[in-house]
Design a protein around this ligand. Structure first.
Ligand code: 5GP
Ligand code: MN
Length: 325
């Protein structure tokens, strides 16, 4: 059952009755949770509230442009008490990380979220698992508080909506995204600049690593399987971190005619980490499970001990069997 309990009026009442408010984002914060928090902070300041932003994790450099996001802190145990905790884009209590320690310091608790699996773990919950981005629910919350988005709020809302929809490309993208976009454009949204930062720019180390990945690319089974490999030496010579390899497997998968893609990297601890991808209706999670990994049908991973070329050839054999099976 999809969680569906949109309650912007109830949350607005709690906000009006509170003076000190702790707004909390989820661990490993992304554009939607940080855009939600930054937009709520700006709105709450307009209402004269005292706002603190908390997150168990560092704000990615790429999202440092969000207005006021520099206020974001990891809780250290010294803060509070607060009249209200407002969690944004947090699918369950575990995703609060160490921010869960703040719950007992907040007189009331509330959340705004868009995950279908949300167990409604706060005192008041405004949740709709059918929306593609939490910032859509934040827009609705601002309306319930009689706050008009200004340019800064527009930047925050756009960041959440565009990143959670893959820049308006995922199947989840709905008409509400474009209705809100029309409004945000009217507020002077710097669209081209934000698109450059969010969807085009990469760290230099990542660009160099991309070159290594592409030159290692080999096709098998008439191009239906694409394989890339990255060695420790590749990472070291590019000055790259493991995270810089995270999306590179898509270059293999996005090839016309390719149905399954694999990227294997030598990890820092000496093990080999595999990213497996498939286009629907093909599936790679069963192959991942065969080697002790797991994940989603079209996006799975494996971490295993062994030598790079030898482990790749074993996983590739399994993919070939799967493809022809
Ligand atoms: P990625 O290739 O982006 O690292 O991982 C894709 C998905 O595969 C992740 O969302 C996660 O669900 C799963 N996954 C990645 N690595 C591992 C792993 O080592 N073990 C398991 N069980 N799942 C993994
Ligand atoms: Mn989200």
């Amino acid at each position: 059952m999809k969680a569906m309990t949109r309650k912007p009026e109830a949350i607005a009442r709690m906000i009006r009755e509170a003076q000190t408010i702790a707004v909390c984002s989820h661990v490993n914060p992304d554009g939607d949770t940080l855009g939600s928090a930054a937009a709520m902070r700006l709105a709450l300041l307009k209402l004269g509230k005292t706002v603190s932003l908390f997150c168990d994790g560092k704000v990615p450099d790429q999202l440092a442009f969000l207005p006021g996001i520099g206020e974001m802190k990891v809780p250290d145990g010294e803060e509070g008490p607060f009249d209200l905790m407002l969690a944004v884009d947090v699918s369950d209590e575990k995703r609060l990380g160490c921010c869960a320690n703040l719950l007992s310091k907040c007189r009331h608790t509330a959340q705004i979220d868009h995950h279908p699996t949300n167990p409604l773990f706060m005192e008041e919950n405004s949740v709709d698992g059918g929306e593609p981005a939490n910032c859509i629910l934040i827009r609705e919350q601002l309306a319930a508080l009689d706050i008009e988005p200004d340019r800064d709020i527009a930047v925050c809302l756009y960041t959440g909506i565009s990143t959670d929809t893959g820049n308006f490309a995922f199947a989840s993208t709905n008409a509400a995204c474009f209705e809100i976009m029309s409004e945000l454009m009217g507020k002077g949204l710097p669209l081209a600049e934000l698109n450059r930062i969010l969807f085009r720019e990469r760290a230099r180390a990542q660009v160099l690593l991309m070159g290594r990945a592409l030159s290692s690319l080999r096709y098998y089974e008439d191009g239906r399987i694409a394989v890339m490999k990255l060695t420790r030496q590749d990472f070291d010579e590019c000055g790259a971190l493991s995270e810089h390899a995270d999306t590179l497997v898509n270059f293999g998968l996005d090839t016309v005619g390719t149905r399954m893609a694999l990227l294997a990297r030598e990890a820092e601890g000496g093990e080999v980490k595999f990213s497996l991808r498939a286009k629907e209706p093909d599936c790679v999670s069963d192959v991942a499970q065969e080697f002790g990994g797991g994940g989603h049908p079209q996006a799975s991973g494996i971490t295993m001990d062994g030598e790079l070329d030898e482990t790749v050839s074993r996983v590739l054999d399994a993919l070939i069997r799967k493809l022809n099976g």
